[in-house]
Design a protein around this ligand. Sequence first.
Ligand SMILES: *[C@@H]1O[C@H](CO)[C@@H](O)[C@H](O)[C@H]1NC(C)=O
Ligand SMILES: *[C@@H]1O[C@H](CO)[C@@H](O)[C@H](O)[C@H]1NC(C)=O
Ligand SMILES: *[C@@H]1O[C@H](CO)[C@@H](O)[C@H](O)[C@H]1NC(C)=O
Ligand SMILES: *[C@@H]1O[C@H](CO)[C@@H](O)[C@H](O)[C@H]1NC(C)=O
Ligand SMILES: *[C@@H]1O[C@H](CO)[C@@H](O)[C@H](O)[C@H]1NC(C)=O
Ligand SMILES: CC(=O)N[C@H]1CO[C@H](CO)[C@@H](O)[C@@H]1O
Length: 407
Amino acid sequence: MTFSYRRAISYFTLIGLVCITLALWRTTWRPPLKNTKPLSSYNGAGFMRTLILSENCEKWIRNTIQVPVPSLLIDQSVLMELQENICDNMNFNQPIKIAVDSNQSTKFNNEEYEIFEFKNNSKKDYLEFNPSSESKLIIPKNIPLQNIGNLKVPTQIPMFLEFWSRGRFMDCRNFTMHRDSAKRRSILTHLKHLISPPRTPIPALESVEKLAKVREEMLKFGIFPFLNGGTFLGWYRECSVIPHTTDMDIAILAENWNQEFSEFLWTHNSSFRVKRQLGMVNDSYELTIIPKTGFKTPIDVFLMYKEEKNGKENRWVGGLTTTGIKYKYIYPEYDPWCAADLMGHLFWVTCTPEDKIKKEYGPNWYLDENSSKYTWNAAKNAVENGRFTWTQMMTETYNEYRINDVM
Ligand SMILES: *[C@@H]1O[C@H](CO)[C@@H](O)[C@H](O)[C@H]1NC(C)=O
Ligand SMILES: *[C@@H]1O[C@H](CO)[C@@H](O)[C@H](O)[C@H]1NC(C)=O
Ligand SMILES: *[C@@H]1O[C@H](CO)[C@@H](O)[C@H](O)[C@H]1NC(C)=O
Ligand SMILES: *[C@@H]1O[C@H](CO)[C@@H](O)[C@H](O)[C@H]1NC(C)=O
Ligand SMILES: *[C@@H]1O[C@H](CO)[C@@H](O)[C@H](O)[C@H]1NC(C)=O
Ligand SMILES: CC(=O)N[C@H]1CO[C@H](CO)[C@@H](O)[C@@H]1O
């Protein structure tokens, strides 16, 4: 009797140990680090084309659009015709739309033009149209232009038109946050920090500058990133970066992805390099890139996929644990067609920010409490989504690179 009793105890202890080991393995196992590939040189094959205006088009512009002060051509129908670069049969029965820097003291009026004003603030990386009106519109400042007389003509026309259609300005809320001071933190939190020190928060301004640099590099490939996750929450709630965040998040609609950009990241020509690649381009793809300058802010880039559900179009981004479990963060109908200011830099955002934030962070999104304890797979809109196999994790879907701190 005693004997079998003992046996049962050791048996259960063994099972217990196995369970604990399995549970630990499930959360802590990760595929080994991989060595980086040597960087090559980028040949420019994937860059957006810049138009060189034909002689005919140049002549047409010189003859038709003579402006007394420096002006920017913003007329969509004229630009679409110029994109053909033929200009044999130019006929416009509306006044041509041009824009003039609001600091111009020479005002002019002419029935042939519809004149808009823009503000070119040296502290911002964007131009602001209709600055004083409700329908403010902002576009990146760094646009290739060709000067013809006083007229500046955009020469990446499809890109310029996209800027225009994504330009509606969205304001942030600028809530004043009441944050826990270090003193008020619980003993438990202190203990936790002793065992696993929290990652160092990122410096806001420099991080935003790097993020703007990523946007510039992506635009060379026609990719339009938009703010996502904690970076998006910080922008909307605080017009800033949440002080306790440790990385930046942006997303790209999957159909807007250009594989050339990831080629580019493996060259000397990018200011960033790949620290980690998760998933596959068609499933739960995520890149973590870091600036080559040694500045530590990691930037997470997510692809946002489309799916049909009950006749409705949903969007989702993936998440992946080190052991291969996939998550889906679901957003019904994503609409990243608006533009925002984050510390002087332009970023695209959803036109319905509050709606999206409530989906992800719940009704108490405006409290800091939740976001400081936030773990990535606790989002309100996250569901499990199958898993990658061990072989996939070892070879393809979890590549974290061994990168020396000194580069
Ligand atoms: C990439 O950088 C190399 C030098 O590091 C330069 O020769 C080459 O022109 C650059 N490529 C592009 C597309 O700018
Ligand atoms: C207007 O601002 C631009 C730069 O934004 C500057 O180059 C130009 O000289 C200014 N013009 C006047 C009249 O101040
Ligand atoms: C905006 O101002 C900068 C100088 O601050 C100037 O180089 C640039 O050409 C201006 N852009 C336009 C569209 O006027
Ligand atoms: C947010 O509010 C603070 C003070 O209340 C102000 O200084 C700051 O300019 C505001 N930021 C934005 C982007 O509106
Ligand atoms: C993604 O592509 C791979 C082949 O590269 C294929 O095996 C896999 O089924 C695809 N996944 C999805 C979700 O379409
Ligand atoms: C997920 C989470 O932590 N939710 C909490 C957010 O904050 C409110 C109010 O403080 C709590 O009631 C939630 O449980």
